[in-house]
Design a protein around this ligand. Structure first.
Ligand code: GAL
Length: 560
């Protein structure tokens, strides 16, 4: 397998690839390095130009627009585009389209072209000017998995620069999402400001945009974020306007401290259900408020302990409400909180992709679109270990019917490259996130990519399953013991099929296209290795423990 372009200039880095499920230190041991390289399945992209990424982009009328055409191939490249509506311009030397979307709604088909010394290529991109953003799952990066709350303007800029210099941006990764810990205090007029580590939010936005990348940010519907920073409660419109003025393109809005406000609201709105407890809920919220507003960090231990007690007591009181009624109350409160920011973003003058983070609270997938959300977390925080990732995967079952263009279930960010998953587990997470049409938000340090990690994150045929314009989330077709088979319909009457081994020993897993009522002559392609599979009535893989394989199926065209 030829992976030379991937190795250059990355061979200079120590490889971080672990070979067992246990955490492994960064290694320069030649046998570890050789094993990492041997685990690479993705062929290197050709030196001739190739346009990657989505084939459909959604935008609202008369809004600022930015799109970096993801293109692999030897540099320098030149780009051109036919069919660009007035108001949009392409820079032929960078492949970045900027401007303002047209007033008239409709689909504008752009004919994108790229060329270099070795050849040229073209691809069509539909710009759908209407009401829906994120027509395919958002692709980008978020700092939280790798850096938690230890972030700064310079760290984010370095990650964005690495997204471009590593070539990740050439495969469609575009959002650079700043998670919790950027927030400072409000100015006298209430305007939210970055803290001392984020002194220039508009400057940060401009830096990301200069690369053609998108700017993501984080806040909470509560007074306080999960990390104890300022949230947007009562400042929704003002914050949305501030974000828009900084050039923000994406907001992650995290439930966290709103839980206590939810208790108070439940008491205010549904006192009849809580006759014995409504006053207690109000007084708990009143006692909690000043502690939450106390800016001392770390919090005095007795204060933290009391806050925990209050949260527990509230939970106990609310759990006395019958299940369905409580679910309705929670839903009502969540729609209220998330709807306020949804409306504010709509009025902000920018297209802002809206991501809810509420860990599946109140069956968010049922009402997310109603509050203007484009994606919503379905489960608790991910960690870079097999068991929690498997549990997250299991909990996506049945949610496929709620997903579609502009509305995605979000099983949380990728943990590939965070040093704790084996090569097979990393291939498995990418396979699953692609078949589930999950947002592809990288969660690793982009300045420390090794060739194996880069190869897993940049397999364009695998990514194409995730970005397919039909926008269907795949589902578990059948499961026998450790073997799982997932299927996802693709545009052009094709299918993707994932073979998944959750067991501890290699497993032979077969699939017969007849299970999808496809003819025996269906053509199958191994998407990880970019190889057409030999014609055979069944597709069979020996799948590694904790591993996955991915194929596409194309039925023969009906005879005329
Ligand atoms: C959690 C959230 C994480 C991260 C963190 C920040 O609630 O699920 O993804 O955003 O808060 O404090």
């Amino acid at each position: 397998m030829n992976f030379r372009p991937l190795l250059h200039p990355l061979l200079a880095f120590a490889l971080a690839c672990p070979l067992a499920a246990a955490p492994a230190p960064v290694s320069t041991d030649p046998t570890v390095v050789a094993a990492c390289l041997a685990a690479i399945r993705t062929p290197a992209p050709p030196a001739t130009p190739r346009i990657n990424g989505t084939r459909v982009v959604g935008a609202r009328p008369e809004k600022p627009f930015l799109y970096r055409i993801p293109t692999t191939g030897e540099r320098p490249l030149r780009w051109s585009a036919g069919g660009l509506p007035r108001g949009l311009k392409l820079d032929p030397a960078t492949g970045i389209i900027r401007g303002v979307t047209p007033a008239k709604q409709g689909t504008y088909t752009l004919r994108l072209r790229a060329s270099n010394a070795l050849g040229k290529t073209s691809a069509e991109l539909d710009l759908v000017v209407g009401d829906t953003l994120a027509l395919t799952p958002p692709m980008g990066w978020n700092n939280y998995n790798a850096f938690r709350l230890r972030i700064s303007d310079s760290l984010i800029r370095a990650q964005a620069d690495a997204m471009v210099s590593s070539g990740l941006a050439d495969h469609g990764y575009a959002y650079v999402n700043v998670d919790d810990a950027w927030e400072g205090v409000r100015a006298a007029d209430g305007t939210i400001q970055g803290n001392e580590r984020f002194p220039d939010m508009p400057g940060l936005g401009a830096h990301l945009h200069s690369h053609g990348l998108k700017f993501g940010i984080y806040s909470s519907p509560g007074f306080e974020t999960c990390g104890g920073f300022l949230g947007s409660l009562h400042y929704e419109e003002q914050d949305a306007r501030a974000f828009a003025s900084w050039g923000v393109d994406y907001l992650k809005y995290d439930w966290c401290s709103y839980i206590i406000d939810a208790g108070r609201l439940a008491a205010d709105r549904h006192a009849e259900l809580l006759p014995a407890h409504a006053d207690r809920l109000r007084s708990l919220a009143a006692e909690y408020g000043p502690m939450r507003n106390d800016r001392r960090r770390p919090r005095p231990p007795e204060m933290s302990a009391r806050m925990k007690e209050i949260e527990t007591e509230q939970k106990e009181i609310l759990s006395a409400i019958p299940g369905e009624t409580l679910a309705a109350i929670e839903r009502d409160i969540a729609i209220d909180a998330y709807g306020a920011m949804g409306r504010a973003l709509r009025a902000s003058g920018r297209d802002v992709v809206y991501s809810l983070c509420s860990y599946g609270f109140a069956r968010v997938w049922e009402w997310g679109p109603e509050v203007g959300a484009n994606l919503w977390r379905t489960t608790q925080d991910i960690t870079p270990r097999w068991a929690p990732i498997l549990s997250i995967i299991n909990r996506q079952k049945g949610l496929e019917k709620w997903a579609g263009p502009g509305r995605w279930n979000d099983p949380d960010m990728l943990e590939i490259g965070n040093g704790q998953l084996t090569p097979d587990e990393m291939h498995m997470q990418m396979t699953q996130w692609c078949i589930l049409a999950a947002p592809l938000l990288l969660g690793n340090d982009l300045t420390k990519l090794d060739p194996l990690v880069l190869s897993i994150l940049t397999n364009d045929e695998v990514i194409a399953v995730n970005q397919d314009r039909l926008g269907r989330q795949g589902w578990l077709l059948r499961q026998t013991d450790a073997a799982g088979l997932y299927v996802k319909p693709l545009s052009g009457e094709r299918w993707a099929v994932a073979f998944f081994n959750r067991g501890e020993t290699p497993l032979e897993i077969s699939f017969d296209p007849a299970e999808l009522k496809l003819p025996a002559s269906t053509a199958a392609r191994d998407l990880w290795r970019h190889r057409d599979l030999p014609a055979s009535p069944k597709i069979t893989f020996t799948v590694a423990p904790h591993g996955a394989e991915l194929v596409s199926l194309t039925s023969p065209a009906p005879s005329p």
